[in-house]
Design a protein around this ligand. Structure first.
Ligand code: HEM
Length: 277
């Protein structure tokens, strides 16, 4: 082909001593990290599905952390953008179930035994997302007791206000009476639902024009939780489709445990307020 017709003309072809695409992305590390333990064809799908989910969770954690500090600094517009991105990440993870669903129970049983007791239940990034958002179930720390660095990273999250705690503190800074929440200094563990917080959201939803920024924040939070719930629902449906009602490799009752988790609410007053409008 004459040089003038070459569509790749001008492309850098010589990378000795220069950073290439693969160098920048550390692709060798990423693409060397799939080590199936069986000869089953579908195990690679299973590994990549989990690893890519963990990568997206890493980005979600990065965005939620920044959203928390933006709200703390009363800088709401960047927080809105980050929360929208978190919702989109979960939408992406929701679409990813379509790929995993192509694996049948017959195919999964070929390598399930190789997983031992390992399970997404031990995903510390998933717990980090729950803890950062505001679902602080301390029992979920236990599977990480043997990994002090993971435990201390999760404890660090629990030592500061969650995303929802920061939203409530913002309500207080905007003159709303948030009752006992105003005196809170201990962020570890679950927060009790609070009538004053519910009343504050009610005022905001009744007069969006007057409280537009808080109203927009509320809707960004609800949007995030909406996509997060869909992830849980898609997970439990996929799990039932693949393992039926068998116990999980992580030791829980499996589908019935996951169905129970569908009831967990990250931002409870924001869901309750809808009934009152
Ligand atoms: C064949 C596919 C899958 C099956 C059969 C499955 C099964 C299960 C089961 C039974 C549980 C309950 C805990 C246990 O006893 O093990 C669980 C929890 C969990 N799985 Fe999966 N899972 C699958 C795919 C995935 C994928 C792709 C992810 C993405 C990271 C994932 C993430 C999680 C998380 C985060 C939990 C903890 C949920 C909670 O505690 O609320 N799972 N899984």
């Amino acid at each position: 082909m004459a040089e003038a017709e070459n569509p790749a003309q001008g492309a850098q072809m010589e990378f000795r001593g220069r950073m290439s695409y693969g160098d920048y992305l550390h692709l060798e590390k990423v693409l060397d990290a799939q080590e199936p333990l069986s000869t089953a064809h579908d195990e690679l799908l299973f590994i990549i599905q989990h690893q890519t989910s963990e990568l997206w969770m890493k980005l979600a954690i990065h965005e939620i952390r920044s959203a928390i500090s933006a709200i703390r600094g009363d800088d709401l517009r960047p927080a809105f953008k980050m929360l929208t991105r978190v919702a989109r990440i979960f939408e992406q993870l929701n679409n990813a179930w379509d790929v995993l669903r192509t694996m049948t129970p017959s195919e999964y049983t070929q390598f399930r035994g190789a997983l031992g007791q390992s399970s997404g239940f031990q995903s510390y990034q998933y717990r980090a997302i729950e803890f950062l958002a505001g679902n602080r179930n301390l029992a979920m720390l236990k599977p990480h007791a043997h990994r002090p660095e993971i435990l201390s990273a999760l404890e660090d999250i629990l030592a500061s206000p969650s995303l929802y705690d920061e939203a409530i503190r913002l309500l207080a800074r905007n003159g709303f009476d948030v009752g006992a929440e105003a005196e809170r200094t201990d962020w570890r563990g679950a927060r009790p639902e609070n009538e004053q917080v519910l009343a504050a959201w009610r005022d905001i939803y009744r007069e969006p024009g007057r409280y537009w920024a808080l109203y927009e924040l509320a809707e960004k939070l609800v949007d995030f939780e909406d996509y997060f719930r869909r992830w849980r629902f898609n997970h439990v449906t996929t799990v039932e489709r693949i393992i039926g009602l068998k116990r999980g490799t992580g030791g829980t009752s499996g589908v019935s445990y996951l169905r129970k988790m569908l009831e967990v609410e990250l931002f409870p007053e924001l869901w309750k307020v809808r009934t009152e409008l």
